[in-house]
Design a protein around this ligand. Sequence first.
Ligand code: GLV
Length: 321
Amino acid sequence: MCKSTHHQTEPSIVVLLEAEGFEDQWTTHLLNEHPDAEIRHWPDWGDMTEGDYLIAWKLPHGTLEKATNLKAIFSVGAGVDQLLEDPGFPKHVPLVRLVDPTLNIGMAEFVSMGVLSFHRNFIDYLEYQKLGVWSPIAQVQPNNRAIGIMGLGQLAQSCISSLTSYGFNLAAWGAPGTEPLEQIPCYEGKDGLAAFLARTEILVIITPLNKHTQRILDREMLKNLPRGASILNVARGAILSEQAVYELLNEKHIDRVWLDVFDKEPLPTNHWAWSHPRAIITPHIAAATLPGPAATIVAKNITRFEQGAAVEGIVDPDEVF
Ligand code: GLV
């Protein structure tokens, strides 16, 4: 009796696909929760009709069409757009994004670092040091610094609470239909975006890439930012037009950008952002998934699927693209 109950809640196979070098750590944590599970690693999937659960960041297009018996697909990250880029993505299989408090902490750290670097002219001082220049820049009080958080989700909210503690003049923007926050002014949809940008000196892009946000920050939209504004993008490259950012930097409409995400990653060696004097780049590390906590969350979600219980983070693929 006991044995058969146990058996019912053990997935037979978990396929762990491409966890960017952390496969062994993922496996250890998954086996802690599901000791009888068989874990396979991409590309050694074997018969792709075998496999109950898939954990992946991004797959070669066409892969998932062959995995016909999956009970759920888990993203290794908070975003799922990279999986849904595959035209053959099986939309009937539940797709789960990673909801992990450690991502919120990492994101709040990184965004605070970026915003404070712009706000306190840290990058200017790095340049001054190289030039041998001793020149204080007038300090702006945080309540006179308008920060715009483009996003209203859990990651955005974590950044908002961190930035609130400095006393910044904060506002946020959400895609149509997003629940506004009570504590700061919120703008919504494409119409609200122009007004939101017009009051923003430091723009933080931290919203999912989906049908509402893809390329929403084109040249025309970005020109709503006041002259001298800066941009920190920690979401997805495809939310903005990289070409428009390049032009507006060169026209000195935008002062500086810090880009952690790009249309094409790794960033091609001939991309302008590598050497642009007003651009800082980081290699998509704003909030890295840590295998320990993330694998434990996914393993517990697998248990919930096996038990038919509710799972947090299920995404409607038609809402994304
Ligand atoms: C990273 O970009 C993620 O989606 O977690």
